[in-house]
Design a protein around this ligand. Sequence first.
Ligand SMILES: Nc1ncnc2c1ncn2[C@@H]1O[C@H](COP(=O)(O)OP(=O)(O)OP(=O)(O)O)[C@@H](O)[C@H]1O
Length: 254
Amino acid sequence: MSEEENSPVLETCDLDFSYPDIDGRPIPGVPPVVQNMSIRIPRGARCLLLGSNGAGKTTLLKVLGGKHMVPKESITVLGVPPFHNTDLTASGRLSYLGGNWERDIAFAGYSIPMQGDISALQMIESLPGVDPTRRAKIMQVLDVDPDWRMHRVSDGQRRRVQICLGLLKPPEVLLLDEITVDLDVLARADLLDFLKEESEQRGTGIIYATHIFDGLERWPTHIMFLSGGRLKVWSKAEDIPELANDQLLQLAEK
Ligand SMILES: Nc1ncnc2c1ncn2[C@@H]1O[C@H](COP(=O)(O)OP(=O)(O)OP(=O)(O)O)[C@@H](O)[C@H]1O
């Protein structure tokens, strides 16, 4: 099926987004962080989202993930506006994975260590309605030890459990914001293989923002490049010769 025939899992039309001031009002004279963005992500697409620090990648992914309110007509994910349809994220059909799971609880300027002692398995099994075969497979892909005590794990181990939780219910749209940064080389490669399988077998549409290009040349089906909140490049991977030549870093520099 051609890309045109394939109905998109995610679509934006002239999408703008600005962070409000402390009173919730637009800040005069400050351009939107996401500007005039029209994108169409087909089913099964694996989009690599590139751009320098401050280009707007995280903001865009959060808007797409339904975490910021934008006009309903400017965005649809699986046919509905994601901010206004909380069921999309509650059901796991739309999954945004990003940010950090803090070990400490920030409170009024102080940082209090988390005291609760809970195992990785308890966390993972606390999510209802999960297919046990899928759960076992994802735990194996991410090499999660069910006995890890969550208040005593390393950053990478905590990240593996976070990713595991985000994938337990098969997402139809998956937004990944620098989540592989704490993973070791093998864990990252296994996860990327698993995500490729998900997009090919289930049609999951994936957008993956990262600054770590190692081993990614053959992974994406599409490249998105942001600069100053604008989409400067949207291209099929097969149309980008640098990818075939394993020169993703040179492409990003260019
Ligand atoms: N909570 C916020 N309030 C106001 N402005 C913000 C906020 N978060 C980000 N910005 C601004 O939005 C712009 C884009 O930030 P964003 O975090 O989306 O960029 P990014 O491409 O993800 O960067 P990085 O690669 O460093 O993670 C930046 O100029 C930043 O200053």
